[in-house]
Design a protein around this ligand. Structure first.
Ligand code: HEC
Length: 470
């Protein structure tokens, strides 16, 4: 339809987004110059730390398997808390914040980790818990207010209690009275305990292109059916068999990161009267009992058309730049692959999103501008399939025309990789059509950006992703 909308996205590009996943960081190395109080108490030191860094997920109805809010909650699990924070397993925030800084970082520094340990070692002193204020309640929808539209998944998903991950492809169609502009979209899990991740695009049907948006399958098992077969089962095509325009990565979800609301003037979408959200994929984490989910999308309309619509660069597998050498791993092999892309015009980057599957071990991306400076983008020292965040910079990051984006991914196909899917390891080849099977590998790097404008380096991105930033 309008400029900047069709054209930029190909159906296959989006298919490739597959699912995202996940990584524990290691303790930061910004030690040794901190001091700890002589006496550490829950009321004075631990409650604020836990409320800011753990409670967003560890509260009733959210992703964490138990609450971490009150003295009793934390004291009961204190050894485990000391252990997971020391190991950098919690909070889950894989990106190395000594390399690049992002909005809403959830990562403890060395002092905070030591503070928790000292509290445990001193015997869990409560302090004056009666004087504690009530724990803060994070604002619903990042303060965007009530959504203008809710689009529900057409049916309830029944997840068997088999303690396995489940990967689903699904669509949620909608019909509106007229075409409209959209400011923000959130994915709202029905069952926050099990919905682990969702990568969402939407399709927009041109006027008259599709009569019945509701026809077609609703949930597809992504481990059995993928790609074109999945899309034809979902009946996403236009009535004449051609494909509608598709906007990738319009809405993503991981626990702790829920709505993307960019500052006024940035981002936004055109919505056609008829369309559908496409979840490719919706990832349910392992659960020991049969359970159900019915999630929905919340949408906020805008008065005006988007001024600077988001665009996306996809490098590596299925992207603009090839993986070098072609992705292939012999059993027992640890190997680094790279991809490299020269920007044909100036852009301003909002978000970077590294993607690998189970064999990923580490990831590095940086940009070298024509003047020669190196700009860090993201470094993940210890890849974790389960926690694949998209990282949003604190300010727009301008990259001039001619900048070279360098991306390196190291894969570990040994038996020592705890996520190794095969015993013994097998040869693994990069996928380009069997997207989303965890046993195929991918090496991808996504950047979301707007066309560069004078003064962009001053534009703050605070408030993005429902998190207050710093
Ligand atoms: C972004 C959401 C999120 C945040 C923030 C978070 N957790 Fe977790 N936590 C989880 C989830 C989900 C699990 C379940 C295991 C998994 O999926 O890795 C978990 C599991 C745990 C476990 C159990 C580990 C085990 O081996 O069974 C502990 C202990 C824990 N978290 C402590 C913390 C502490 C302490 C903090 C803050 C310093 C924190 N978590 C922050 C989501 C979170």
């Amino acid at each position: 339809m309008r400029k900047g909308w069709s054209g930029r996205v190909s159906f296959t590009a989006v298919v490739a987004l597959a699912f995202v996943a996940c990584t524990p960081p290691t303790a930061e190395s910004d030690a040794p110059s901190f001091t700890l109080p002589d006496t550490v108490t829950f009321a004075e030191h631990i409650a604020p730390l836990v409320w800011a860094n753990c409670m967003p997920c560890h509260r009733p109805g959210h992703a964490g398997p138990f609450a971490l809010i009150t003295y009793t909650d934390v004291a009961k699990r204190s050894r485990m808390v000391r252990d997971v924070t020391r190991r950098g397993y919690m909070p889950p925030w894989p990106a190395d914040t000594t390399y690049a800084r992002y909005l809403g970082e959830r990562r403890l520094d060395a002092r905070q980790i030591a503070l928790l340990a000292k509290w445990v070692d001193q015997g869990l002193l409560p302090g004056d818990t009666a004087a504690l204020p009530a724990p803060p309640v994070p604002p619903a929808y990042a303060g965007l207010g009530e959504p203008d539209l809710q689009v529900w998944l057409p049916d309830t998903f029944h997840q068997p209690g088999d303690n396995r991950d489940h990967f689903i492809i699904a669509k949620a169609p909608y019909e509106l009275p007229r075409d409209t502009f959209v400011r923000a979209i959130a994915f709202v899990p029905g069952n926050r305990r099990t919905v682990h991740h969702m990568n969402g695009a939407f399709v927009a049907y041109a006027d008259g292109a599709r009569r019945d948006v509701h026809a077609g399958a609703q949930y597809i098992d992504a481990e059995r059916t993928q790609g074109v077969a999945a899309f034809s089962a979902l009946q996403l095509a236009n009535d004449d068999g051609s494909y509608p325009a598709l906007v990738p990565s319009a809405v993503n979800y991981l626990p702790g990161m829920e709505v993307t609301a960019y500052p006024e003037g940035l981002g936004g979408y055109y919505f056609k009267r008829k369309g559908a959200f496409l979840m490719n994929t919706l990832h349910y984490g392992p659960y020991p009992r049969d359970t159900v989910d019915r999630s929905h999308f919340a949408v906020w309309f805008a008065e005006r058309p988007p001024e600077r619509p988001l665009q996306e660069l996809q490098l590596g597998t299925n992207g603009l730049s090839p993986v070098d050498p072609p992705l292939h791993l012999e059993p027992g092999e640890v190997r680094t692959f790279r991809t490299q892309y020269t920007l044909p015009r100036a852009i301003s980057v909002l978000t970077v999103n590294p993607h690998m599957h189970l064999l990923g071990r580490s990831f590095l991306a940086y940009a070298v501008v024509p003047a020669g400076d190196t700009i860090p983008l993201v470094r993940i020292n210890q890849w974790n399939f389960r926690w694949q965040y998209a990282y949003t910079f604190r300010k727009l990051l301008p990259l001039p025309k001619g900048t070279v984006v360098h991306v390196y991914g190291t894969f570990d196909n040994t038996a020592n990789n705890p996520d190794q899917p095969y015993k013994p390891p097998r040869a693994i080849t990069g996928t380009d059509s069997h997207f989303m099977r965890t046993t195929d590998e991918m090496f991808q790097f996504f950047l979301s950006y707007v066309d560069w404008k004078e003064g962009d380096e001053k534009v703050e991105l605070g408030g993005v992703n429902g998190r207050s930033g710093e």
